[in-house]
Design a binder for this molecule. Sequence first.
Ligand code: SF4
Length: 243
Amino acid sequence: MGPAALLPVLQDLSNAMSDLAGQNASRLGVQLSCRAGCGACCRQAVPITPVEARVLAGLLDALPRERQKTLRERFRQAAARLEESGVAQAVRGLQQGNGTATAHEVGLEYFALGIPCPFLEEERCTIHEIRPLRCREYLVSSPAEKCSHPGTREVVGILPPVMLSRILGRWDTNGDAQPPELILLTMLEEWVARHPAGEDRPHRTAPEMLQEFLRGFARDAPAAPADPRTKQPPNLLPERSDV
Ligand code: SF4
């Protein structure tokens, strides 16, 4: 099987991790402020894993023609804006490990462009059930309006106990052999054009996949802080030292 077959399980598990983070925060007297209808974080650079890229590309392909046209136009406009502004180049620098800006800096430059996620409509996610793991992991306890100013350090993040997006990213590329590939949701179409489906990792048996997943889980779990609060604004783009 390929990792796409297990993605729904990881999505459920990711929801459970977010619930757990909320419960842990609540025990410390802190409440999550994330609510439906607030899409400030949907203007951040959202990294997705290759399997999520394939699933979302498949979703786009299967949509009725008019809907597909609308979404593809949003992707096109987002990609053009990223190219014009030089942010796409900075993202490639992060991907290739030869850029001069840190992930945090690139994340802020990206946010400053104000590009909404193509799937955001009326500040709601139109693919909520299958949204990327990273979207599920972005949780804050600070007032929602602070999320419109991520560079001010007034955004207080809540970390889930385990970042399943990290595990899936490694799992999906080449296990531990290389850092996860950085793919931005808004640059999905570019990634799909450069990576034909035939290049994906060969499928593995279910026990092999489970073993890989558990290895990743064990590696990330001990890093979970007892106190999930972080004063660092949640930065969606991982630094290379952090993957
Ligand atoms: S996929 Fe949904 S939750 Fe994620 S950035 Fe886009 S609109 Fe927001």
